[in-house]
Design a protein. Structure first.
Lengths: 272, 390
């Protein structure tokens, strides 16, 4: 039997043999991605939900999804070209902002859901154009930035909250000096607001220069994660925020920014 | 052990300076040597330390060698010191240590930053490079955002308010209005300062320091030389420094800077003084909340009472126990990142020698302090100065 729920800001339908994740946003009746979502972020939501009910060991990934990010965020084996036949799960991308995770050979049907959040056509186009510019290989840094190597080095901590447990204390992000003596752990993706700020577009780092004006600025929270450590996170771009001290927040995967043709993903906060 | 004194000090005007790196440094160094009462040539310097973040737009590598070449110090052993906004606070400490160690007798410490020769886009890349790049910057934070998080938490924990920050802004603008070297020489009233454009909620434009060009330079000497060069040396009686987690989220508290507390403790012990002995403090008010926190961390106000301290008008010129940021501070004098630490020392040099020359002079000041912070508190250098040697 299908179960429908809101999951990490998306519409999720759970079936015994497959999971469908749909963007809530629509343009002229077609589902479109929100301001910081894409096929990869929807796929992560599907994988994380599914792996809460049964193991998803290996999965095939279509073009248009970021395989290293999926692997780091969800601890799954992304099948190489040679290993496609051995996969037990497939990720699929529809023409709309809809992603399906299905057991190999499952008979998939995408449920029609009445939930639709219409987006403004001009605003949507402007955001798409900004992402396109950001992703251009010649859109390069003029100073400090997170290179692909630095991003990959911290991917486990950034995308799956990999941390360390040392003498009963959870440390996140992990410290290189402690690797030998610490036990690996994954920090839970929930926390409470210790502090917050809303940055004007002019106050945001230049990595966000193309999109911050479209969003009316950025919102950042300092969270006390429920396992102990603190962290700073952007809030998701496509929801309104009425932030208060102590508010509960869940962390979900979204786009952060792109440079030099390379998309950086990370966890962002959703008020719950 | 040898005592160390400042015998000369100079700086450019802060702001949109018409000159580049070479010209600004030459101007500051020339003023510093000209301020020495006796005869001392730049070529007599044993060692030099120049703080700079190297914001961009000019020489990045080997900056210090280029600068000595343009200030008649060619051949002097020199290096660039980089600790973000605390670069020249640490250059000053390095210079002090060089003399203390007995390896040098005459040392130059200085700092420089050219920030306004970049396009707005390139400038935005540089602002915030000293915060935690991998986590904070990816979370949309540059320093206005980071300090905004501190401010809101302080409001929450201690009942301070944005009005308390406005009092700090008004005070520093007033002080800066009397400083011919200040970037912003304009007093503002409470209503105007309270209604600025929001940069990072709750911090407005009037809570944030400007982006300034500038250079500063001080000449230090061992006591046996200092006494030959001047009758009014300014003694560096204490030098404390400390570091902390780079990222705000790794610190147990974001309403105090542990690096400031440690650096101050060390400097006070060396100088044999306590916070109550300080007549004049130049503190690192890159944002108004930073001054509020500094008043607590340096011991001028009790923990959590920085808001009350500001609300009561403490820190105003010649009004209470301590004058804070007689120069106008970073908020009004300006903040050319690498120049700020030794720029604070220039102010102290002139104040303790009673050479300010207008109503900005702190009356009867005997003991002074400088407080220079790198980023959001990852590094800090605190120095205690006196008209008398400790």
């Amino acid at each position: 039997m299908d179960e429908h729920l809101v999951w990490q800001g998306y519409l999720l339908s759970h079936h015994d043999a497959f999971t469908v994740v749909q963007s809530p946003f629509t343009l002229n009746g077609t589902r479109v991605f929100g301001a910081d979502s894409d096929p990869t972020t929807l796929a992560v939501a599907a994988l994380l939900h599914r792996s809460g009910t049964e193991p998803v060991d290996s999965v095939s990934v279509p073009q248009g999804m970021d395989s290293p990010t999926l692997a780091a965020a969800c601890d799954v084996v992304v099948a190489s070209e040679d290993g496609l036949d051995a996969c037990s799960w497939d990720l699929m991308l529809s023409d709309e902002a809809v992603v399906v995770l299905a057991k190999r050979g499952a008979d998939v049907s995408i449920p029609h859901l009445d939930v639709e959040v219409p987006v403004d056509a001009q605003e949507h186009a402007a955001m798409e154009q900004a992402w396109s510019k950001e992703l251009h290989p010649q859109h390069v840094s003029q100073g400090a930035f997170v290179s692909e190597a630095a991003y990959v080095e911290g991917a486990g901590a950034r995308l799956a909250l990999e941390g360390q447990r040392t003498r009963g204390t959870v440390v996140w992000p992990p410290r290189f000096g402690d690797h030998g003596s610490a036990e690996s752990t994954n920090v839970h993706r929930t926390g409470e607001v210790l502090s917050w700020t809303a940055l004007s577009a002019a106050g945001a780092p230049s990595e966000f220069a193309l999109r911050a004006p479209l969003l009316g600025g950025l919102a950042t929270v300092l969270l006390h994660l429920h396992d102990g450590p603190n962290g700073v996170f952007l809030l998701v771009d496509d929801e309104d925020h009425d932030i208060t001290m102590g508010a509960s927040v869940e962390l979900v995967l979204r786009r952060l920014y792109a440079q030099e043709g390379f998309m950086r993903y990370g966890l962002k906060g959703r008020l719950v | 052990m040898v005592n160390v004194a400042m015998v000369g000090a100079g700086q450019t005007k802060y702001g949109n300076h018409p000159l580049g790196l070479k010209g600004m440094w030459a101007e500051a160094a020339e003023q510093a040597f000209a301020s020495i009462d006796g005869d001392l040539e730049p070529q007599q310097v044993d060692e030099a330390f120049i703080g700079s973040l190297a914001f961009g737009g000019a020489q990045l590598g080997n900056t210090a060698a280029l600068l000595t070449e343009h200030s008649r110090m060619k051949g002097v052993p020199v290096r660039r010191v980089e600790n973000a906004c605390a670069s020249s606070g640490y250059a000053l400490r390095d210079a002090w240590m060089a003399i203390k160690s007995g390896q040098a007798d005459i040392v130059v410490a200085g700092g420089i930053e050219k920030m306004n020769d970049l396009t707005p886009e390139r400038k935005r890349y540089w602002l915030g490079v000293s915060g935690d790049t991998e986590w904070e910057r990816l979370a949309g934070l540059t320093f206005p955002g980071t300090y905004a998080l501190m401010a809101r938490r302080h409001f929450h924990e201690h009942g301070s308010t944005h009005d308390d920050l406005v009092h700090i802004s008004v005070k520093n603008h007033l002080h800066g209005s009397m400083n011919a070297k200040a970037h912003i020489q304009k007093a503002v009233d409470f209503e105007k300062a309270a209604s600025g454009f929001m940069v990072a909620d709750p911090l407005t434009l009037y809570d944030c320091c400007p982006t300034s060009d500038g250079a500063s330079c001080v000449v230090l000497a061992a006591d046996h030389i200092a006494r030959r060069l001047t009758d009014t040396p300014v003694w560096i009686n204490g030098s404390g420094a400390a570091s902390d987690h780079l990222a705000l989220h790794d610190r147990p508290s974001i309403t105090q800077l542990a690096a400031t507390q440690q650096a101050a403790r060390r400097a006070y012990v060396q100088a044999g003084v306590s916070a109550g002995d300080i007549d004049l403090a130049e503190v690192h008010d890159c944002f108004t909340i930073a001054e509020l926190l500094a008043t607590e961390d340096l011991g001028f106000a009790a923990a959590g009472e920085g808001g009350v301290f500001a609300r009561n008008g403490e820190g105003r010129l010649n009004e209470g126990d301590v004058t804070i940021n007689a120069s106008g501070g970073l908020k009004s004098k300006g903040h050319p990142l690498g120049a700020t630490g030794t720029g604070q020392a220039v102010e102290v040099f002139q104040q303790l020698r009673q050479e300010v020359g207008n109503q900005r002079q702190v009356r009867d000041a005997e003991v002074a302090l400088t407080h220079n912070v790198g980023g959001s508190g990852a590094t800090c250098a605190v120095h205690v100065f006196g008209r008398e040697v400790a």
